[in-house]
Design a binder for this molecule. Sequence first.
Ligand code: HPA
Length: 274
Amino acid sequence: MLKEQYEKSLKTIDFLKNRMTIQPKVAIVLGSGLGGLTKCMEILDEIPYTEIPNFPVSTVKGHKGTLIFGRINQVDVVVLNGRFHYYEGYPMDIVTYPEMVFAGLGVKILILSNAAGGMNPTFQVGDIMLIRDHINFFGTNPLIGPNDDNLGPRFPNMSEVYSARLRKLARQKARENNIHLQEGVYLGVTGPCFETPSEYKAYFLLGADAVGMSTVPEAIVGVYRGMEVFALSVITDLGVVGQVMEATHEEVLQAANSAEPKMIQLISEMMPEL
Ligand code: HPA
């Protein structure tokens, strides 16, 4: 599977390399309702997925579907404006296709963002959570299949998926800019259902602080392809024992939008020191 995914990506990479006027070291994946980052960046080139050879197309409401080359705080970046979720029906090799492409373009740092439900009782809606580690509850893995040792190891080390260096930088920048930053473990599920009260409770007991429907597969492929990974969650609803909120997709988007300025500021402040 991986080999096929890689071979397919060569055409995409070739197309993008020919078109690129910058050589970004950083890739950013925008999560639910965080598309506002694109308004705060200098856009050099915005390409609809439909115009990129072999690139998948996204279907979910609130997700755009363009690949953007540009600058944030003077730093060259490539931005995935609309990710591919497993719950949409995409297989794992499509969900993680952009990461294969980023690696092929020479990207070294992968920044992931998402909306998540918080189980930690100290969390509030609108908080930003620095992901310290994850629990893969997808019941599958994007690296299943014959391995190509030229791409990455058969048994990748997962002891530090989320770069300690980048987490430290984020904490420092949050402090300097008075941004309240939570930190915790993200548990990734397939969705599309939000959790039952018992599921939120079970995930919290397992050691997770937040739960969401993305990020884990992308982070795994990021590590596999040798990128340094960093990820932030916006807490958009709470699954705290005894006070589970009934979230709708609209409420999730609204909460994500309200946290957006803080998230953008944090990422922007980190850029020059990446
Ligand atoms: N559960 C799963 N995914 C989510 C949630 C949630 O509560 N909120 C936003 N994405």
